[in-house]
Write a protein that binds this ligand. Structure first.
Ligand code: FAD
Ligand code: NA7
Length: 486
C-alpha cells in the first residue's frame, strides 16, 4: 500500500526544478520531502537553499549586469542634462555591490524556506543518495544520516562548474560559484571559456571597470547562431574586453604579483601573463556521481554523467529527473521549473500534459544583450536546406542611443522563416537593449505558429527597439544593405 512509504515524493536537490516539483506536489496533497545540500566550492564558497539560479546563477548574474549597465547610464545621463559632479571619478565599490547582491540572495533563501514550511514540504539539509530504489539516505552536516522511504523519487541535483585538468587550476582559479560573493575586487581577470556564462561574466566585469580577458578555445557561444555570437563578441571587444582566440590554458601558478597563466596559442607557442583573478567558465559537470544511482538501477549517459529520461521518467519507472541533470535539454531555470510542475501534475493530479522542450527562448546578458528563440540560421539551413529558408535582417538605431551618441553599429536582428506559402517563422534573433524583454512575447507568438505575414501585419510600438522585429523587410538573399538608410 501507499502507506508503506514515508513520502509520496522525495526530491533530491532544492533548486529551480526540485522546488517547483515539490511545491506543486504538496499543493496537490502529496507528502513531500526535499533534500538540498551545497558542497562548498574548492575556494570554500557555500550558500543556502534554492539552488544555482538564486545563489550563484541567474539572479546574482542579472544584478551584476544591471550594476554594469547603471555605470554606463551615469555617463549617458550627463549627456541628457543630468549634472553629475566629478563624473570622471565615478567608480564601482565592489564590496558594496557584492554585499547588496548577497543580502538579496539571503532574503530569497529565507522566503524559500518559509514557503516550503507553509506548503508543508519537509526540507532536509543533507546530501542525499540512493540506498535502494525506494530508500534515500542523507548525510547531514554533523555527519549523521537521515533515512527516508518514498513511493516516487525525483532527481534534480543540477551541476557545478568544471575545472580544466591543468596544474594549479583548482588551487588558484575560481568559477561562477565564487565570483558573486568575492570579498575582494576581482581586479585584472582572465575568463577561460566563451559559453554564455563566460561572456556574461566578462561583460559585467569589464562594465564595472576591471581589465577583462576572455580565452576562447574554438568558437564563441557554441550552439548559438554564429553570426549573432560574433557580433556580441565584436561589441564586447569594442567596449574593452580582450579576446585571446584559439588558446588553451596550460598552467596556473600563484606568484608574488598575482596569478601567472601559461597558455598555448594557435601556433602552438606558449604565452604567459599575470592576472589577479582567473575564472573558469568551461561548462558544468552533472552531480550524479554522489547519488549512488547503481543502488536504484538508474542509468547515466557515460559521456556527460547526465540522465536520459522520457517525459522526465528515468529507466526506473518511479524515479524521475528534471533540470540541468537531463541529457541534451536546455540548462535554464524556467525549463527546470516548468518540467517539474508538469511532472507533479502528472503524478498527483492525473494530468497528461508533457513538457515541450522546443522553441524555448533565452537571452545572453552580454553588455549589449542577445535574445533568441527557435532555430539559428545554421540549424535552419541544416534542417530545411538553404533554398527553403528566408532570412530577414536589419541593423537599427535605438532612439535612446542618439543623445549620448552610443555606438549602435551592433544593434542587429534577424528573423528566420520558411520559404513556402505559410512563411512560418522558425527563429528570431535580437541584439540590443533589453533583449530578454523583447524576445519573450515573440516566443509566445512562435508557439502560436507565427508566420511572416502575421508578423508584418502587426502594428509596432513606437519608439521601441522591439518594433524593429516587425519592420524587418530586407532578405539576405536580396543582398540589399541591411543598414538603416537614414
Ligand atoms: P540547481 O538549481 O542547480 O539545483 C540543484 C540543487 O541540488 C543545488 O542546491 C545542489 O546543491 C543540490 N544538490 C546537488 N546534489 C545533491 C544531493 N546529492 N543531495 C541534496 N542536494 C543536492 N538560467 C536561466 O534561465 N537564466 C539565466 O540567466 C541563467 N543564468 C545563469 C548564470 C550562471 C552563472 C549559472 C551557473 C547558471 C545560470 N542559469 C540561468 C542556469 C540555471 O541556474 C539552471 O539551469 C538551474 O538552476 C537548474 O536548476 P536545477 O533544478 O536543475 O538545479
Ligand atoms: P558551455 O556553454 O558548455 O561553454 C563552455 C565554454 O568553455 C565553451 O566556450 C568551450 O569551448 C570552453 N571550454 C570547454 N572546455 C574547455 C577547456 N578545457 N579549456 C578551455 N576552454 C574550454 O558552458 P557555460 O559554463 O558557459 O554554461 C554552462 C551550461 O549552461 C551550458 O552547458 C549551457 O547549455 C547552459 P568549445 O566551444 O567547447 O571549444
Amino acid at each position: 500500500s501507499e502507506e508503506q512509504y514515508m513520502y509520496d515524493l522525495v526530491v533530491l536537490g532544492g533548486g529551480s526544478g526540485g522546488l517547483a516539483a515539490a511545491k506543486q506536489a504538496a499543493e496537490l496533497g502529496a507528502r513531500v520531502a526535499v533534500f538540498d545540500y551545497v558542497t562548498p566550492s574548492p575556494k570554500g564558497t557555500k550558500w543556502g537553499l534554492g539552488g544555482t539560479c538564486v545563489n550563484v546563477g541567474c539572479i546574482p548574474k542579472k544584478l551584476m549586469h544591471q550594476a554594469a549597465l547603471l555605470g554606463e547610464a551615469v555617463h549617458e545621463a550627463a549627456a541628457f542634462g543630468w549634472v553629475i559632479p566629478d563624473i570622471k571619478s565615478v567608480q564601482i565599490n565592489w564590496e558594496a555591490l557584492s554585499v547588496a547582491v548577497q543580502n538579496h540572495i539571503k532574503s530569497v533563501n529565507w522566503v524559500t524556506r518559509v514557503d516550503l514550511k507553509n506548503k508543508k514540504v519537509e526540507y532536509i539539509n543533507a546530501l542525499g543518495y540512493f540506498k535502494d530504489p525506494h530508500t534515500i539516505g542523507g548525510i547531514m552536516k554533523n555527519g549523521e544520516e537521515n533515512v527516508v522511504t518514498a513511493k516516487n523519487i525525483l532527481i534534480a541535483v543540477g551541476g557545478r562548474p568544471k575545472y580544466p585538468d591543468i596544474p594549479g587550476a583548482i588551487e588558484n582559479g575560481i568559477t561562477s560559484d565564487d565570483i558573486f560573493s568575492l570579498s575582494q575586487p576581482p581586479g585584472k581577470t582572465l575568463i577561460v571559456g566563451a559559453g554564455y556564462i563566460g561572456l556574461e561574466c566578462a561583460g559585467f566585469l569589464n562594465g564595472l571597470g576591471y581589465n577583462t580577458t576572455v580565452m576562447v578555445r574554438s568558437i564563441i557561444l557554441r550552439g548559438f547562431d554564429q553570426q549573432m555570437a560574433n557580433i556580441i563578441a565584436e561589441e564586447m571587444e569594442q567596449r574593452g574586453v580582450h579576446f585571446i582566440y584559439q588558446a588553451k590554458p596550460k598552467l596556473i601558478k600563484k606568484e608574488a604579483d598575482g596569478i601567472l597563466v601559461h597558455w598555448v596559442d594557435k601556433l602552438g607557442q606558449v604565452q604567459k601573463d599575470v592576472y589577479d583573478t582567473v575564472l573558469f567558465a568551461i561548462g558544468r559537470r552533472a552531480l550524479t556521481k554522489d547519488l549512488k544511482l547503481e543502488n536504484a538501477g538508474v542509468i547515466c549517459i557515460p559521456d556527460d554523467d547526465k540522465i536520459d529520461a522520457v517525459d522526465e521518467q528515468t529507466n526506473v519507472p518511479h524515479i524521475y529527473a528534471v533540470g540541468d541533470i537531463l541529457h541534451k535539454k536546455p540548462e535554464l531555470t524556467p525549463v527546470a521549473i516548468h518540467a517539474g510542475k508538469l511532472l507533479s501534475k502528472r503524478l498527483f493530479a492525473n494530468s497528461s500534459e508533457t513538457m515541450d522542450y522546443t522553441n524555448i527562448a533565452t537571452t545572453v546578458f552580454s553588455p549589449l544583450e542577445y535574445g533568441c528563440v527557435g532555430l539559428s540560421e545554421e540549424q535552419a539551413n541544416i534542417i530545411y536546406g538553404e533554398d527553403n529558408i528566408e532570412i530577414y535582417h536589419a541593423y537599427y538605431k535605438p532612439t535612446e542611443f542618439f543623445i549620448p551618441q552610443k555606438d549602435n553599429s551592433h544593434c542587429y536582428l534577424k528573423v528566420v522563416t520558411l520559404r513556402n506559402n505559410d512563411q512560418k517563422v522558425i527563429g528570431m534573433h535580437f541584439i540590443g537593449p533589453n533583449a530578454g524583454e523583447v524576445i519573450q512575447g515573440f516566443a509566445t507568438a512562435i508557439k502560436s505558429n507565427l508566420t511572416f505575414p502575421i508578423l508584418k501585419s502587426t502594428v509596432g510600438i513606437h519608439p521601441t527597439s522591439a518594433e524593429e522585429l516587425i519592420r524587418v523587410f530586407i532578405t539576405k538573399r536580396s543582398k540589399m544593405d541591411p543598414k538603416p538608410q537614414s
